[in-house]
Ligand binder design. Structure first.
Ligand code: DON
Length: 304
């Protein structure tokens, strides 16, 4: 299969359609990203990398990192992690406050902001040097040490983080945040600011297409059982109140970020990362979602 040709013909069709999305407006640094960027990378379980467009350009992975922070926390806490955060879809936007009050500060799942903030709090408790050890964890998946935090994106998000601060304060009042709020939020903004290319993202996510072992570094990062569970949570919760639609149209577990990235995984087959900065109203890449739908349709490859 000539994947580059498939990518190019899907892109050519989709780029003629209206893309009335917008870059993430609530984070000033992200609002300024070139909205026309587009990159896609497919990494097969046979070790082939197929890319197209701006696939070697770094962008902020934002909420895609929530999968990686969950993975690290899961390896540290094992199933005790589910006492602090649930595994149910929320059916609400990624930054919503409404369920937290009546569910007593236990977020529905680790991929909405509240859940990822709890996971950040867990990592602050269990890691000695959280920022350093988190990067080491990512480096161990890709056998490369060039992946870094972007301090201006982290500072930009911190400067207007009113909703996230409301979430963390509410959870602190229910005693589901154990550490100092400012420390937890700095770590959360830092991990969201991490920049990667679609080539790198597709490679990192080979851990989830290959039962927990990175195809690049050949290191066992997660057990097959942990991998199954993280993929299940991606399938049901990876796109917030659009998770059903993504499953329906694309048919793969995946995760989005407001930087415009989406990663999806076909266990046993491949991982695929796409980047297009304009977002739809649910905060997911508009062209990225359409591209993945067209891709799994064209190659007749989904988990269903
Ligand atoms: O906390 C936030 O709002 C951002 N750092 C991450 C949100 C995000 O990426 C939502 N995903 N589509």
């Amino acid at each position: 299969m000539n994947y580059r040709e498939t990518f190019s013909s899907i892109y050519n069709v989709l780029s003629t359609l209206d893309n009335n999305g917008q870059t993430a407006q609530y984070i000033p640094e992200l609002a300024q990203v070139d909205p026309e960027k587009f990159g896609v990378s497919l990494y097969t379980n046979t070790g082939e990398l197929h890319s197209f467009g701006d696939a070697q350009e770094k962008f902020s992975i934002q909420s895609i990192v929530k999968v990686l922070s969950l993975a690290l926390a899961y390896t540290k806490l094992s199933s005790k992690i589910w006492e602090r955060v649930g595994v149910e879809p929320s059916g609400t936007p990624f930054n919503s406050l409404v369920q937290l009050e009546y569910e007593k500060g236990i977020p529905r799942n680790p991929f909405i902001n509240a859940g990822a903030i709890v996971v950040a709090d867990i990592l602050i408790s269990v890691l000695e040097n959280p920022e350093e050890e988190f990067l080491t964890f990512i480096h161990s998946m890709i056998g490369d040490t060039s992946i870094e935090y972007n301090t201006s994106i982290a500072a930009s998000e911190k400067s207007c983080a009113h909703r996230n601060l409301a979430l963390v304060n509410l959870m602190k009042s229910f005693e589901n945040i154990k550490n100092d709020i400012d420390r937890v939020m700095d770590f959360y903004f830092n991990i969201c600011s991490i920049c990667m290319t679609t080539d790198e993202l597709a490679k990192v996510f080979s851990v989830l297409s290959n039962k927990g072992t990175s195809l690049v570094s050949e290191k066992e990062i997660l057990t097959p059982r942990q991998t199954k569970r993280i993929n299940a949570v991606m399938q049901t919760c990876g796109f917030y109140d659009e998770s059903g639609e993504f499953a329906f149209k694309v048919g793969l577990p995946g995760k989005s970020g407001v930087g415009g990235g989406i990663v999806a995984v076909h266990p046993g087959e491949y991982s695929i990362a796409v980047w297009s900065p304009k977002l739809n109203k649910k905060g997911n890449s508009l062209l990225g979602s359409k591209f993945l739908e067209a891709f799994t349709t064209a190659v007749e490859s989904s988990i269903f």
